[in-house]
Design a protein around this ligand. Structure first.
Ligand code: NAG
Length: 252
């Protein structure tokens, strides 16, 4: 080989290697099952603790994750999941939101029945997929999208004003993780770091008083972190079961 050609070949292999290591948009091969008894909707139960949000989110295209659940950090993350049998499966597959924790026989996902069927090209193909039960799939993380929605704080029904505050964050777009949440007094800016008690549920005993501002730490694939501070406060007399629009949204 001529030296220039050797150089080009070497350069291409370096590029190839680099891509394999940082390939965040590539599909990963795995397996998926579905909840046999799930109806066409999502579910209000589910380990993430999303409540009523989990029942209607993404039109019912939801899933339980096994390792991708990541102790609750994976709650609300969106994945494109497509099956690989070219006789039945569409290229696009389906986009699902993680709302639960679980695994079946070497699966990464247990989809709602609706989402599982939506990986098929046709209705007949969907019936064939459902009959298989567990199938080979490929998946990748994608951005979540909630058109017309801001990030919203849902105060958990188990909260007990003013002693115990628990909430879930709804409608987070993009593909970052929320790795920490602080609750701050708006008068003197004293902040308190909250616990992720389970799933997507953030809690604190003896929350600060007065109108409250939450700060959310967003973390991307590269580990870059950004604090996002809402425009709107949680009102002083917050109520269990209420939702409060933060007035902010993220797109990455
Ligand atoms: C989202 O927040 C913006 C800015 O605070 C506000 O103007 C808008 O009305 C909110 N959107 C919704 C759907 O509530």
């Amino acid at each position: 080989m001529r030296p220039a050609l050797i150089l080009v070949v070497a350069f291409i292999s370096v590029l190839g290697l680099g891509e394999a290591q940082t390939c965040t948009d590539c599909f990963v091969s795995s397996r998926a099952a579905y909840y046999p008894n799930s109806d066409e909707q999502g579910t209000e139960t589910g380990a993430c603790g999303f409540g009523t949000f989990g029942a209607t989110i993404n039109g019912g295209d939801v899933s339980a994750a096994s390792d991708l659940y990541r102790d609750g950090m994976g709650c609300g993350a969106c994945y494109q999941v497509r099956c690989t049998n070219s006789a039945y499966c569409s290229d696009k597959g389906v986009n699902v939101v993680i709302t639960d924790h679980g695994s079946s026989d070497r699966t990464d996902f247990i989809l709602s029945r609706r989402a599982f069927g939506r990986m098929a090209q046709t209705k007949d193909a969907a019936a064939s997929l459902l009959a298989l039960g567990i199938i080979d799939i490929q998946y990748r993380r994608v951005s979540c999208s909630y058109p017309g929605k801001n990030i919203t704080v849902k105060i958990d029904e188990n909260s007990n004003y003013p002693y115990y505050l628990a909430f879930v964050i709804w409608y987070q777009q993009g593909k970052q993780d929320i790795t920490a949440v602080q609750l701050c007094e708006t008068q003197n800016f004293a902040c308190k770091l909250l616990d992720r008690s389970y799933g997507a549920v953030w809690t604190t005993t003896s929350p600060p008083s007065g109108p409250l501002s939450i700060r959310m730490l967003f973390s991307d694939d590269d580990g870059d972190e950004t604090w996002v501070v809402p425009v709107n406060n949680i009102p002083e007399s917050w109520k269990a079961g209420e939702t409060y629009d933060t007035g902010v949204q993220v797109n990455v």
